[in-house]
Design a protein around this ligand. Structure first.
Ligand SMILES: C[S@@+](CC[C@H](N)C(=O)[O-])C[C@H]1O[C@@H](n2cnc3c(N)ncnc32)[C@H](O)[C@@H]1O
Length: 512
């Protein structure tokens, strides 16, 4: 199927030029991994297709940093990416050729040009586009998500959200104001960065904390990110309620966001919960919208399904479906000896321990729940998914009767899942185990050979590759240990320095 390149007018042309001039840093985006989208859909009673042989479409795929790793990891699935920038598409095709993939097609085309004749897809991903394109393209995104989505499919659309963007909008406005007369995109970013540098810490008003945090985070961001995410003429954030209304006009229903529990529910105070329940009842969009108002959310990764599937969404018993899903711990879970001094409330069972992971604090509701969290803390890593059954097997081996403790263990797992530390997948995933004479994954080697600064692993995490790592990756063919690699690297490399670099690559899960 050949899709012609169509322009919708001056805006579309400008967009194409903008990304040809300064390509976007195109990375794997773990949140959009279809097995994660399927996991959330299953949690809410839907039956999405298995990723292993799914059809996946990405709208605005840039140079394929998100799509190509998926095609590599799921050789029986089929992938199509479209993007307006010919330069980025050409870059993606180079990596596809290097990997010898025959299950992916990258098309130089506008999203607007897709029609039902292009077929249906089980997963449609549109990350980082919706807020940055003019209204006709926003319409086209949701039209395609309706017309080209399979009946049981799931679409992922991310966008800048309100009210959070209201608070940081002054930083964008200030950068645009200062750089209005600069045409060269790189010079524009340089001037914007110099402006941010000079402004850091000097604002003193009620919003200065937010402004200074924004200035700080932008000062260390990639040039292409500042240019395309912050300095493009179009940047239209919206409220969840308006996004959902737009999707409904295109025959789509809101399922959830990928972070389905809104990050850490511990951050939602009982007062907030009561307020939201009173105003939203069981209406999930209203509830999420009120939470956004209260927490100032600024970005969303929303999942949509066909309106015809809306009646099948069942949010009433997600815990009962945990036994069909797979989990991955992405930050360490640590047991605290005593409740932290700054803890605002004591939850659950008086005699259970406090656990910390990242910025989240949780407490087991029962002794069995504590046993479950202990098991996760001791056994789970980011190198493989685990299941509820794994914990139940452990409990059974320690003599606990399954029926009595199953509920407690499920609740503990749910509490952990409501923190950002645990990711949910519809299928089992495992990183390869590295050997004495390590081999880099084919994807990492191909990316390094093309001098890409990023690659990805079996979980679709984004992995940054430093220049030295790119060089080392090229030598990881399974024939050398650390000492032999140091000799081959030269330039002062020692067995110790190579071992340290190998550890970084191993921790990134790109060695086998
Ligand atoms: C901010 S980048 C995001 C790229 C990628 N999805 C990501 O998140 O890394 C926006 C991308 O959308 C593409 N784009 C913009 N308008 C488009 C259109 N009308 N049709 C197809 N691609 C478009 C641009 O060329 C660019 O690659």
């Amino acid at each position: 199927m050949n899709i012609p390149l169509q322009h919708t007018g001056a805006d579309a042309r400008t967009e194409e030029q903008a990304y040809d001039d300064v390509p976007y840093q195109s990375n794997a985006f773990g949140q959009s991994q279809p097995a994660r989208l399927a996991g959330v859909a299953r949690l809410f009673g839907l039956n999405p297709p298995a990723i292993e042989n799914a059809r996946v479409l990405e709208l605005g795929c840039a140079s394929g940093g998100n799509l190509i790793p998926l095609a590599h990891h799921f050789p029986q699935a089929r992938f199509v990416g479209v993007d307006l920038s010919g330069r980025q598409i050409a870059e993606g095709r180079r990596l596809i050729a290097k990997l010898g993939l025959d299950n992916i097609e990258m098309r130089h085309a506008g999203i607007e040009s897709l029609t039902p004749a292009d077929g249906t897809f089980d997963y449609i991903i549109c990350h980082g586009i919706y807020s940055w394109v003019p209204a006709p393209v926003r319409d086209a995104i949701l039209r395609v998500c309706d017309e080209n989505l399979a009946d049981d499919g799931v679409a992922f659309v991310s966008y800048n959200a309100l009210p959070g963007w209201h608070f940081v909008q002054p930083v964008r406005d200030m950068m645009l104001y200062w750089t209005a007369d600069i045409a060269d995109p790189r010079e524009k970013v340089k001037a914007a960065l110099a402006l941010l540098d000079g402004m850091k810490g000097i604002a003193e008003n009620v919003t200065s904390g937010i402004l200074n945090r924004e200035l700080d985070s932008l000062s260390s961001a990639e040039v292409s990110y500042i240019l395309h995410d912050h300095l493009e003429q179009t940047n239209t954030p919206c409220y969840l309620k308006d996004f959902v209304a737009h999707a409904q006009r295109h025959g789509l229903a809101y399922l959830s966001d990928v972070a389905f529990a809104g990050g850490n529910p511990i951050n939602i105070t009982p007062l907030m919960t009561a307020h939201v329940q009173q105003r939203a009842g069981t209406d999930v969009v209203r509830a999420e919208q009120y939470l956004d108002f209260l927490r100032g959310r600024r970005f969303r990764e929303s999942l949509l399904v066909k309106e015809s599937r809306a009646a099948c969404i069942d949010r009433s018993q997600p815990l009962a479906r945990l036994d069909k899903l797979h989990f991955r711990l992405v930050s360490k879970l640590m047991k605290d000896a005593a409740p932290p001094a700054d803890m605002r409330a004591t939850w659950w069972h008086d005699n259970t321990a406090i656990y910390r992971t990242g910025a989240s604090v949780l407490k087991a509701r029962s002794a069995s729940g504590q046993m479950a969290l202990d098991w996760v803390a001791a056994n789970a890593t980011d190198a493989a998914t685990f299941s509820l059954q794994d914990i139940l097997d452990h409990a059974a081996a320690s003599g606990a009767p399954d029926t009595e403790i199953r509920q407690d263990i499920t609740e503990a797992l749910w509490d952990l899942l409501c923190t950002p530390a645990l990711c949910l997948y519809a299928c089992e995933l495992r990183a390869p185990a590295p050997s004495e004479k390590p081999v880099a994954t084919a994807l990492a080697r191909a990316s390094a050979a093309l001098d890409h600064t990023h690659t990805s692993n079996a979980f679709h995490d984004n992995v940054r590759l430093a220049a030295g790592h790119r060089r080392l990756l090229g030598m990881l063919d399974g024939h050398r240990d650390a000492t032999e690699l140091a000799l081959a690297m030269g330039e002062g490399a020692t067995a110790e320095s190579v071992a340290a670099d190998l550890k970084v690559l191993q921790d990134a899960r790109i060695l086998c």
